[in-house]
Design a protein around this ligand. Structure first.
Ligand code: GRG
Length: 278
């Protein structure tokens, strides 16, 4: 996947000292590539011959995810200084650049997907899934709830709605898109539902890891007690219990998948399901 990303970076005219460099900087800054890996695991399980072609869709997911991180870090949103171990784009360059790079990655995702060597019907379905889960009724909605209710304490149901949209839908879409590529419509919904739960777990763990990080480093920046997170709402112990419960349910659900899919997903998820325990 890393090679595919490097071979398909965004090209732009060098009319400006850092526009082109900034376009690709966060893509090359690392990241777990979790969403691409989810999609590719499904494809590998059912049709490894499609893996190379599937990388177009996997890259599209990473582009959307990376744009969302760049915009999330902006002063108007989270106002973060660091991302993927590097200064955020608006810190290295300026706010205008970070906004434009986010916009560029968002649109480039659909350009990449449109060029995928796949049947047009498959591509349209993939574009629809990606747009629906990243857009105004998906990730953007989650971010909007997060930003608009920054000063209001949300209850557990509301918090789940926030994170199902902000984090989980893109993760669920990654698995669903894998099922579409290998032409397994009956599996698509099952994987989507599994992905929503996985996304929620991923978010709770992220909150718990922020807490751990702030305890280890003595920083308080990782945990803002006014923020709507599972840790601030439930407390550390209850958040851990919720994460344990979701992780166990997901482990059991994995057993109901076809053998190859179970093997591929287990390989990937063993590192994630109980990462809040470390
Ligand atoms: C700006 C429309 C818009 C949406 C932003 C995803 C998101 C929505 C904001 C990120 C907020 C955040 C830090 C959520 C915690 C869970 C999460 C998605 C963490 C980052 O994803 P990773 O861990 O990051 O996959 P890497 O860098 O490994 O790709």
């Amino acid at each position: 996947m890393e090679e595919f990303i490097k071979n398909n970076l965004i090209k732009a005219e060098s009319f400006h000292p850092y526009y082109e460099k900034a376009l690709n900087e966060m893509l090359l800054a690392g990241g777990k590539r979790f969403r691409p890996k989810l999609l590719l695991s499904v494809v590998k399980a059912y049709n490894p011959l499609l893996l190379e072609n599937a990388k177009y869709a996997a890259f599209a997911l990473e582009l959307i995810h990376t744009y969302s991180l760049i915009h999330d870090d902006l002063p108007a949103m989270d106002n973060a200084d660091l991302r993927r171990g590097h200064p955020t784009l608006h810190k290295t360059y300026d706010e205008v650049t970070a906004i434009l790079v986010g916009d560029a990655l968002n649109t480039y995702a659909f350009e990449v997907l449109s060029k995928a060597p796949m049947h047009n019907d498959v591509k349209i379905e993939l574009i629809k899934i990606l747009a629906q889960n990243a857009g105004p009724a998906g990730m953007v909605l989650g971010q909007a709830i997060d930003c608009y209710f920054e000063d209001k304490k949300l209850n557990l149901e509301e918090l789940k709605t926030l994170h199902l949209n902000k984090t989980a839908k893109l993760i669920a879409a990654s698995l669903q898109m894998g099922a579409v590529i290998v032409n397994k419509p009956e599996l698509a919904q099952k994987l989507y539902d599994f992905g929503l739960k996985l996304g929620l777990l991923f978010q709770i763990q992220d909150d718990l890891l922020d807490l751990l990080d702030s305890e280890e480093t003595g920083k308080t920046t990782g945990v803002d007690t006014n923020k709507n997170t599972f840790v601030t709402l439930l407390g550390e112990e209850e958040a851990k219990k919720e994460a344990d419960k979701l992780a166990s349910e997901l482990s059991n659900e994995l057993d109901s998948f076809d053998e190859n899919l179970k093997t591929e997903l287990k390989k990937l998820l063993d590192n994630y399901l109980f990462r809040h325990k470390r």
